[in-house]
Design a protein around this ligand. Structure first.
Ligand SMILES: [Ca+2]
Ligand SMILES: [Ca+2]
Ligand SMILES: [Zn+2]
Length: 490
């Protein structure tokens, strides 16, 4: 290595030769050079009066673009780590001192705590309302304004349950006052390798060394297995594209719920199922359970998705339209007292409501692996569970009120609503497009529908909703009447 230059600093001369030797073949990667760090510490002591003995080299970065070195130093005091006491000393290409970043707080304190570790753990646990597995560490804590505290850092965490948490408290060890507290879980992007949705970006949470299917920043839900454990991974990737891997199905549900949440929030300003941002969990059956169902737990605010039964031709019930369908039962339940009563006509309207928004979510997602269509569950079973454009094609659903009887299963009488919505959106003569149709339906659901809604009520209410949004003289208003006419409701 070629030493380009040596220079002396003060009497005693800390020599910087090694810094430039290192620089001679430096890339932009970090280097660690004791001589550079020693020079930086001397500079720090000379300029701030802080004792060099409190500082230790952590990492030195040479930036060849601008020809500067940045020497990072950590600090300790009487054997305790000083958090927030880190300093960066900046040097130019010649090794000349340029400046420093950090807080030059002078420390002069007794480091014997007056409040015990046990006591601060109980103070923190009382504030959080739970303790989990507590840890505590005595340290010096420097705040943003440079104030130093002898403090206990208490971490309360439980990462094993259905609602993992990790919360940090900084408690002054002299007074017992909480200096600061913060949630230590971190939200970031991960990759879902789904079966239905392909490779997708999902929002996950890191806590410690593990990542979780939790989405708590812009949204508020998590995805767990049927034992209640939130899916977790040592990497940011969940699933492997195979439906026999349960985390694959978890990734599909997690992604589907992200898109469902965003559809309602972007389209209607509705946050979570109830419009109040309320947290909910989703549970995904372990593969091999053979559970061919998915549901919204009415009154309890959670979702369940079955793994299907391949012997019977059912793949996991975790596709976008199914996720959007189940979530929309929660929307319905919190829009109408008791929801749309799940029997007879109101039950068919309830199911139709979920098929409408399940399809809207599928279209909103724009996922290449699951194109937007008028069928429900086409990814789950061949050819589909239901067909909104032609309900009777499934062999059981109806598409005209003249075929309705009170004993008909709500998943079959929903065909009246499904066909109505399909025609309102896409009829070649009067169709207004699915976005306008969904706006009218949502307006009716949230403002006019009642618990014992009938199909005739729904006609009246959707006309009123169209009038609210577009006026009684609008094409949208007359299209609503035309579409109901075409399913036998005049
Ligand atoms: Ca599709
Ligand atoms: Ca579909
Ligand atoms: Zn349903």
């Amino acid at each position: 290595m070629k030493i380009t230059r040596c220079f002396a600093v003060t009497a005693g001369a800390a020599v910087l030769s090694w810094a430039f030797a290192a620089r001679a073949d430096a890339a932009s990667h970090a280097i660690h050079n004791p001589a550079t760090a020693a020079f930086a510490v001397d500079q720090l002591q000379a300029r701030t009066g802080l004792p060099a003995s409190e500082f230790e080299s952590w990492k030195t970065l040479y930036d060849p673009q601008v020809g500067k070195s940045h020497v990072r130093l950590t600090r300790s005091y009487k054997g305790l780590p000083v958090t927030g006491g880190d300093v960066v000393v900046h040097l130019d290409a010649d090794g000349t001192y340029l400046g420093m970043s950090g807080r030059a707080t002078r420390l002069d304190m007794d480091v014997t705590p007056k409040v015990s570790a046990d006591r601060v753990v109980s103070i923190a646990a009382a504030k959080l309302g739970k303790a989990g597995s507590p840890t505590s560490e005595l340290k010096i804590w420097i705040t943003e304004d440079g104030t130093a505290h002898l403090a206990w850092q208490v971490v309360l965490s439980d990462l094993s349950g259905s609602e993992p948490y990790k919360h940090t408290y900084i408690v002054d060890a002299k007074t017992g006052n909480v200096v600061l507290d913060f949630d230590s879980l971190e939200t970031l992007n991960g990759t879902g390798r789904g079966y239905h949705n392909g490779n997708v970006t999902i929002t996950i949470t890191r806590s410690g060394a593990r990542y979780y299917l939790r989405d708590l920043t812009a949204r508020n839900f998590d995805t767990a297995n049927d034992l209640g454990y939130i899916f977790s991974s040592t990497t940011r990737t969940f699933g492997n594209g195979s439906y026999t891997t349960t985390s694959t199905n978890g990734a599909d549900v997690h992604y589907g719920l992200m898109k469902t949440w965003d559809y309602y929030e972007d389209t209607f300003g509705r946050s979570s199922y109830d419009g109040a941002g309320t947290y909910f969990p989703a549970f995904v059956y372990r593969y091999g359970t053979g559970y061919v169902n998915a549901y919204w737990a009415t009154g309890d605010g959670y979702l369940v998705f079955g793994d299907g039964s391949i012997d019977d031709g059912y793949y996991p019930l975790t596709s976008l339209d199914v996720v959007g369908h189940e979530f929309s039962h929660g929307v319905c339940e919190t829009s109408v007292p008791g929801g749309l009563r799940y029997v007879r006509q109101s039950g068919g309207i309830n199911e139709g409501n979920s098929d409408i928004f399940g399809t809207m979510v599928e279209c909103y997602a724009g996922n290449a692996s699951d194109p937007c269509d008028w069928t429900i569950g086409e990814k789950v079973v061949s050819p589909y569970l239901r067909n909104m454009s032609d309900p009777p094609a499934d062999g059981a659903s109806i598409d005209n009120f003249s075929d309705y009887t009170d004993g008909l299963d709500v998943h079959y009488s929903s065909g009246i609503v499904n066909k109505f919505f399909y025609l309102l959106s896409d009829d070649a003569v009067y169709g207004i497009g699915s976005d306008a149709a969904a706006a009218i339906w949502y307006q009716a659901l949230t403002n006019y529908f009642v618990n014992a809604e009938t199909f005739a009520d729904a006609r009246t209410d959707t006309l009123q909703a169209a009038q609210d949004l577009y006026g009684a003289a609008s094409a949208e208003y007359s299209a609503v009447g035309d579409a109901w006419d075409d399913v036998g409701l005049h």
